[in-house]
Design a protein around this ligand. Structure first.
Ligand code: FES
Ligand SMILES: [Fe+2]
Length: 354
């Protein structure tokens, strides 16, 4: 496929929300690897195994659980939570090679992370945090949309929010977003890109006006923190104009909203777009919760439609076309550089990369 962003192996990826992993088998594909996920009865921990039976490759996610064992839905090969086959039909001896790969899993901040690559290199300490997703005093709405597009297009989309003005006008976009220059900071070593935009006197978009009750103009800050390859945090701060929010968001007149995305490449030309909006204000107001959920879902679908269209367009281009980048693209270009490096490092076996 043309224009495909290389996959970075030897990295942690969000496979699912905690709430999605239970006693029903869940199939997800990450970096082209089919996985089956479930939650063990024994200790409540999530389990991730390769989703293909070693016998005839029947998807285990279409099979059933017997306690913490998966019984293949085709001929009954039975796997324990380590992926070892413990039963085959019609004979006593289980072939020694009968096992499916098991993946390192970490559950943190209501996210189920899976390590794709050499399991010996998996270091749980490197998984970036998103504490607001699972902290007292915070309320989160969330969802996930698979998009038929190269995951690099989603990274590009999220790192340049000037598109809010045009694609999300009437929701989260106002003229000031596109008009206001950004500052970009790149920590190449840590694989983190930060993009910030400060709007001193801006229109309050309906997304915030209707949820906070602010009627006038606002100061608005957008601070992006992208932890390549998977986790994207947008620290959003708004306050009525003239009341500047403190750096920690503690200003009583200010509203802090944390917007989280996990960008998980599923396969070539397909990406899982996990999205969440968390707030620590009006937390008891169910109407605000529902408004933010529905509104953000609409915004996400605007991106989904745009990226599908863009992918279809790129697929019909002849190779060798020239992109034209400007200041707003600084963060996105830095992210691409980091992803390229991570992909190269991930392809070298037996090396600790981060
Ligand atoms: S394919 Fe799974 S038991 Fe035959
Ligand atoms: Fe968008």
């Amino acid at each position: 496929m043309p224009h495909a962003t290389a996959f970075a192996r030897n990295q942690w990826y969000v496979a699912a929300y905690s709430q999605e992993v239970g006693r029903e088998l869940l199939g997800r594909t990450i970096l082209g690897e089919p996985l089956v996920l479930y939650r063990a009865e024994e200790d409540g921990a999530p389990v991730a195994l390769h989703d293909r039976c070693v016998h005839r490759r029947y998807p285990l996610s279409e099979s059933g659980l017997d306690g913490d064992r998966i019984v293949c839905g085709y001929h009954g090969f039975t796997y324990d939570r380590s992926g070892t086959c413990v039963y085959v039909p019609g004979q006593k001896r289980v072939p020694r090679t009968a096992r499916v790969a098991s993946y390192p899993v970490l559950e943190q901040d209501s996210l189920v992370w899976v390590w794709i690559g050499d399991a010996a290199l998996a270091d749980p300490g490197t998984v970036p945090r998103a504490r607001h997703l699972d902290s007292p005093g915070w309320v989160t709405v969330r969802g996930m949309e698979p998009i038929d597009a190269d995951y690099g297009l989603l990274v590009d989309n999220l790192l340049d929010l000037s598109h809010e003005t045009y694609l999300h006008g009437g929701y989260i976009g106002t003229p000031e977003v596109a008009e206001t220059p950004i500052t970009t900071e790149v920590d190449e070593g840590a694989g983190i890109v930060r993009v910030s935009r400060r709007m001193e006197d801006a229109e309050c978009p309906p997304f915030y006006a209707r949820s906070t009750g602010i009627t006038g103009r606002i100061t608005r800050r957008q601070d992006i923190e992208y932890h390549a390859p998977c986790l994207y945090l947008l620290h959003s701060r708004i306050a009525p104009t003239g009341v500047a929010p403190a750096p920690d968001g503690s200003d009583p007149h200010g509203f802090r909203t944390e917007i989280t995305y996990a960008i998980t490449p599923a396969s070539d030309g397909r990406v899982y777009d996990f999205w969440a909006v968390s707030r620590d204000w009006a937390t008891d107001d169910a109407e605000v919760t529902e408004f933010l959920r529905a509104n953000n879902h609409t915004v996400v679908m605007q991106d989904v439609d745009a990226l599908r269209l863009l992918q279809r367009t790129l697929d019909t281009e002849r190779t060798g076309y020239q992109e034209l980048s400007i200041n707003i693209d600084t963060g996105g270009l830095a992210a691409r550089r980091i992803l390229t490096r991570l992909a190269e490092e991930g392809d070298k076996p037996q090396e600790r990369v981060r």
